[in-house]
Design a protein around this ligand. Sequence first.
Ligand SMILES: [Zn+2]
Length: 126
Amino acid sequence: MDYGKLVYKALEARKNAYAPYSGLHVGAALLCSDGAIYTGVNVENVSYGATNCAERTAIFKAVSEGKRNFSAIAVTSDLDRLIYPCGICRQVLAEFNIPIVIVADNKGNYKVHRTDELIPHAFTEF
Ligand SMILES: [Zn+2]
């Protein structure tokens, strides 16, 4: 799939972000191996620790619908620079073997990374 299309889906999803505290709207789009796409946004909470990032929202939606095989995830925000997944999201990317992360700015410019570049030596089974 054209990564530009996945970035566009993330940009569109961003509009649904619930971000009354940070004011930063983040969108993600997860491409499943079967071609399905699940989007996600950041969902903030007055108790900040209860906030869920856009990437995890997309992943949890897909997993809860039975998806287990993924090709790539795109993430973008209101920022005019690339935005990268936080540490918790990187661990979740590793858990579900999502191999490619596309980070984008608010214009759709993007850069492609392998997940193992973003989280080398991820925590795995013990
Ligand atoms: Zn995160």
